[in-house]
Design a protein around this ligand. Structure first.
Ligand SMILES: Nc1ncnc2c1ncn2[C@@H]1O[C@H](COP(=O)(O)OP(=O)(O)OP(=O)(O)O)[C@@H](O)[C@H]1O
Ligand SMILES: Nc1ncnc2c1ncn2[C@@H]1O[C@H](COP(=O)(O)OP(=O)(O)OP(=O)(O)O)[C@@H](O)[C@H]1O
Ligand SMILES: [Mg+2]
Ligand SMILES: [Mg+2]
Lengths: 228, 228
């Protein structure tokens, strides 16, 4: 369960202040599937970084599964990120000098699996996103949409209870985007995983239960999606 | 004028071959506005790199404004890129440690303008894409869609005769995407610039004169757009 209370994030640049996020409050229950939408620069990635324990708010409180995140030390935060959260970054953040397969094996180190198990799971995850024939390619030997799919496979391979995906279909053609969306939906339905997707894509937004809209760092609406 | 004859690009990886592009032929006349579409991995970025003189084909011929590109040496190629072509990269390729303003001033070194002129033109270009308030931010202090718009401003600032844009609205919300598209359209109409856009966005494709579709490295269709 995700409880955000008045989250604010201010970046200070010399004499200027950028209020990237301003007083964002909401609760997301386990197993919900939520879209976060809003114009370019409205604070979506900033909000996702706080939810994903990658950044701390300048103000406000964030409670994750009953634990106030500000009370966690660096190593506890790293544990939460490794065990509970799968993050698909807006710009993928893949390791450049390692293959797609090795990129997807990396997060599994937390789970204490054997080399053989980690390799098998990584292969399955890559096949699920249509990259079975590209596992040995490094990121610079992959197309933009293929890199995005490696980032998705890496976020899902540990079956985290919370999936945070920042514009996961941004680099994909509509057919591949539909396949990825149905993958997120089945994880959500079959495993009860909480899925939070930042998106500009109305197809993606239509297939979630609820849409939170940001504008200039503020939440301007938070509505259930009418049944599809 | 762009004349592509049987362009192929093969990447060799150990014992395997990846045919990223296979026998692509087409002519694009000065002042045309063309969309290139196709599934993720179908060869669009590979084709754009060849058209933009950033890569050489493994086979086939590419003639740009009457000059066979294979006959140009490194310094002549750099000249063509600097003077004739404005390229918006799929992953932006901004300089990380320099501000948005300096990133957009960089291509103008070719044009022999004064520091004052270069700064003025860069400021105007950034204002045109809605980033007047973010000129002093470095790329890591910008949102994904803001970085994309810096990449667009940088490609346009020299008013190149050919604009090549690889998924230029991929990181943008629909309203900002509409603004960017109308910017491309006005450059095309008012300046007669040739505009080639790789896109997954049907809104963008609808607003071009012609759509070339790729699939598995092949051109599978090349059709004029019915009048909008
Ligand atoms: N490190 C930083 N320093 C200063 N300003 C920043 C920093 N990071 C982000 N910003 C600013 O904060 C605002 C929100 O950024 P954010 O990345 O959250 O937007 P976004 O909603 O994800 O946009 P997009 O849809 O374009 O990805 C933007 O105006 C951006 O310029
Ligand atoms: N350096 C490389 N070495 C090996 N294979 C490569 C290399 N670069 C690209 N490829 C492969 O060539 C194919 C075409 O890649 P390209 O980047 O042109 O696709 P694209 O149409 O732009 O896709 P997207 O829409 O996902 O950006 C892909 O299958 C990719 O894996
Ligand atoms: Mg963002
Ligand atoms: Mg591409």
């Amino acid at each position: 369960m995700i409880v955000a209370e008045n989250l604010s994030k201010v970046f200070t640049m010399g004499e200027n202040e950028v209020r990237a996020l301003d007083g964002a409050s909401f609760t997301i229950n386990e197993g919900e599937m939520v879209a976060i939408m809003g114009p370019s620069g409205s604070g979506k990635t900033t909000l996702m970084s706080i939810i994903g324990c990658l950044d701390v708010p300048t103000d406000g409180r964030y409670v994750l599964d009953g634990e106030p995140v500000e009370s966690l030390n660096e190593s506890e935060l790293a544990q939460v990120r490794g065990r509970k959260i799968g993050f698909v970054f807006q710009q993928f953040n893949l390791l450049a000098r390692t293959s797609a397969l090795e990129n997807v094996m990396l997060p599994q180190l937390y789970a204490g699996a054997t080399m053989k198990e980690r390799t098998e799971r990584a292969k399955k995850a890559l096949e699920r996103v249509g990259l079975g024939a590209r596992m040995d390619h490094n990121p610079n030997e992959l197309s933009g949409g293929q890199q995005q799919r490696v980032a998705i496979a890496r976020a899902l391979v540990n079956e985290p209870s919370i999936i945070l995906a920042d514009e996961p279909t941004g680099a994909l053609d509509s057919k591949t985007g539909v396949e990825i969306m149905s993958l997120f939906q089945s994880l959500h339905r079959d495993n009860g995983q909480t899925v939070i997707l930042v998106t500009h894509d109305s197809y993606v937004a239509r297939h979630t239960d609820r849409i939170i809209r940001l504008s200039d760092g503020h939440i301007v609406s938070d509505e259930k999606n009418p049944s599809p």
